[in-house]
Design a binder for this molecule. Structure first.
Ligand code: SF4
Ligand code: SF4
Length: 62
């Protein structure tokens, strides 16, 4: 799932802990029924990538 232009979340690697949801300064992430929902407005600050304990969020090469 693409968050911003460069941020990508792997739904296969995600453990649905909700850490990224809590840390996003723009509140675009939502944890719902074992699914991460990304709303528009990602600024690619990478806070979510840094906080993810499973390394499920990465910067793409685009
Ligand atoms: S990169 Fe920043 S703005 Fe985008 S989803 Fe992650 S924490 Fe939120
Ligand atoms: S911090 Fe990582 S493992 Fe936790 S919900 Fe977010 S993407 Fe999934």
């Amino acid at each position: 799932m693409e968050l911003g232009v460069k941020m990508i979340i792997s739904t296969e690697e995600c453990g649905y802990c909700g850490a990224c949801v809590s840390v996003c300064p723009h509140n675009i992430l939502e944890l719902s029924e074992m699914e991460i929902i990304a709303h528009e407005g990602c600024e690619e600050c990478a806070f979510c990538m840094v906080v993810c304990p499973l390394g499920a969020i990465k910067r793409g090469e685009k």
